[in-house]
Design a protein around this ligand. Structure first.
Ligand SMILES: C[S@@+](CC[C@H](N)C(=O)[O-])C[C@H]1O[C@@H](n2cnc3c(N)ncnc32)[C@H](O)[C@@H]1O
Length: 378
C-alpha cells in the first residue's frame, strides 16, 4: 500500500503494511516459517508452504465505517492507531460495488436531516451480484421508516437499518454469491447475520485448494465443524459419500440447508450445535434433540474439517480431531493454529500447509493445514 493507492494510508490504521505487495508476501512467508518451523519438524512437514496472493485493491466484500459529524455534514471515518477518527473519502480495498455506492448513499444522507441525525455507522456487504448497506443509528429507526424506505428505493439497493433493539429491512437481507469450484458454478445465499468470507476471490482459491487436495485422498464421510452457511460443506460434498456439518449460529445453519438444496447437494446434513456439544454427542456423552433427525452411528468418517473463530479449537474438539484419519484445519489466527497443532502433532503429521492472503496491506494471513494420522493414542 502507498499513498498513491490510498491518500489515507499512514493515518487510517486499517492498512498498516506500506511496502510493495511482493515484500508483504515475503514478510508473511518469513513470519510463518519462523513461527511454525518447530511444528513443521515435529509434524514431519518438509514440503513447500504455498502462498496464494490477493488483489492489492478492491478485494474486501464486507466493510464497516464510522460516520463522523462536523459542521460540513456527515463523513466516512476510520480509526487511527490511537482510535481517534480519520475522515476518508474513499477506501481502496473495498469491492468495486461498495466503492461505487459509498459516495451515493452518503450524499443522500447528507441531504436529508432525518437520515443524517444521530447516524453513527455504515456497513456494506457485496456479493458477486449485489450490494447491501446497513445504517446504524443512535435513535429509534421507526421514526424515519419512510425516509429509509425512500433511500433504498432511490438507490435500488437492499438496505438494513439498526438502532438499539430494532431492525428494519428494505428489500432482502440475503445476498446471492456465485463461486466456481472445480469448474462447477455454485450459488450461495449469504447474510450479514452470519459469518461471510471477507475476500470472495481468496475464498474461491481456498475452496479449490482443499477440493483439489482431497480429490486424491481415500474418502468416506466428512465431518465438518464451524460450517457457517455451508461454504466448504456444499463445495466438498461431491467428494464424499456423506457429509455432516455443524454450526452454532441459527441464521447460518438455516442458510446452509438452503445452500445445499439450491445446489442439488443431497448427501449433506446440518445440525445447529456448538463444536463442543457436537464432540460430546459423537462420543455418546450427551444426547441432543437437535440431532434427532440423524443416525450418528451410520457415519463412517474419514475426514474432519474445522474452520474455527480466532480463538481456535477447545480441548474437547482437539481430542475429537485426534481420532480422525485426516484433518483439514482452516485458521484465521496463526497464534491459535500453532497452539492447536502442538497438540495434534502427537497423533498427526502435516502433509500440506498453505497461506491465503485475504487482506493485503495488513498483518493478517489465513492458513490451511492438512494432516494425516500417524498413530492412535492408547
Ligand atoms: C471462521 S467462520 C467459518 C465459517 C465457514 N466455514 C465459512 O467458510 O464461511 C467460523 C464459524 O464458526 C461459528 N462458531 C463460532 N463459535 C462456534 C462454536 N463454539 N461452535 C460451533 N460454531 C461456532 C461462527 O458462527 C462462524 O460461522
Amino acid at each position: 500500500m502507498n499513498t498513491a493507492l490510498c491518500s489515507s494510508f499512514g493515518s487510517c490504521a486499517s492498512c498498516v503494511l506500506g511496502s510493495t505487495y511482493k515484500s508483504q508476501k515475503q514478510l508473511k512467508i518469513a513470519r510463518t516459517k519462523e513461527l511454525f518451523s518447530g511444528i513443521w519438524q515435529a509434524c514431519g512437514f518438509a514440503g513447500e508452504c504455498c502462498f496464494f496472493e490477493t488483489n492489492e485493491s478492491g478485494f474486501r466484500s464486507r466493510a464497516e465505517f464510522r460516520l463522523w459529524h462536523d459542521e460540513s455534514g456527515v463523513h466516512y471515518a476510520m480509526s487511527r492507531a490511537d482510535k481517534k477518527p480519520v475522515i476518508i473519502e474513499t477506501c481502496a480495498i473495498v469491492d468495486a460495488k461498495i466503492s461505487a455506492l459509498m459516495p451515493r448513499i452518503l450524499e443522500k444522507i447528507n441531504r436529508n436531516s432525518s437520515l443524517k441525525e444521530r447516524i453513527f455507522g455504515c456497513e456494506f456487504v457485496a456479493s458477486s451480484d449485489e450490494v447491501l448497506a446497513i445504517l446504524l443509528y443512535h435513535k429509534d429507526i421507526l421514526s424515519i421508516k419512510t425516509e429509509l424506505e425512500n433511500l433504498a428505493n432511490e438507490l435500488k439497493i437492499s438496505l438494513i437499518a439498526r438502532s438499539k433493539g430494532k431492525k428494519l429491512v428494505f428489500g432482502s437481507e440475503i445476498l446471492n454469491q456465485k463461486i466456481t469450484v472445480n469448474s462447477r458454478i455454485l450459488s450461495y445465499k449469504i447474510s450479514p447475520d452470519g459469518f461471510i468470507q471477507p475476500n470472495a476471490s481468496a475464498n474461491e482459491k481456498m475452496l479449490n485448494f482443499v477440493y483439489s487436495k482431497l480429490a486424491n485422498h481415500n474418502k468416506k464421510d466428512l465431518c465438518e465443524l464451524y460450517c457457517g452457511h455451508g461454504n466448504f460443506s456444499v463445495a466438498l460434498a461431491p467428494l464424499f459419500s456423506k457429509v455432516l456439518a455443524t454450526e452454532i449460529n441459527k441464521a447460518s445453519t438455516a442458510l446452509a440447508k438452503q445452500n445445499a438444496e439450491q445446489n442439488g447437494v443431497k448427501n449433506l446434513e446440518f445440525a445447529r450445535l456448538s463444536a463442543d456439544e457436537f464432540a460430546k454427542a459423537l462420543r455418546a456423552e450427551r444426547e441432543f434433540k437437535r440431532l434427532k433427525h440423524l443416525e450418528l452411528s451410520s457415519y463412517d468418517f474419514s475426514h474432519i474439517l474445522v474452520d474455527p473463530p480466532r480463538a481456535g479449537c477447545d480441548e474437547s474438539v482437539l481430542n475429537l480431531m485426534m481420532e480422525f484419519q485426516n484433518i483439514i484445519y482452516i485458521s484465521c489466527s496463526q497464534a491459535s493454529l500453532k497452539r492447536d497443532l502442538e497438540v495434534l502433532a502427537k497423533t498427526h503429521k502435516i502433509t500440506d500447509f498453505a497461506l491465503f492472503d485475504q487482506f493485503a496491506h495488513t498483518n493478517h494471513i489465513e492458513s490451511i493445514v492438512l494432516l494425516k494420522k500417524i498413530k492412535f493414542l492408547a
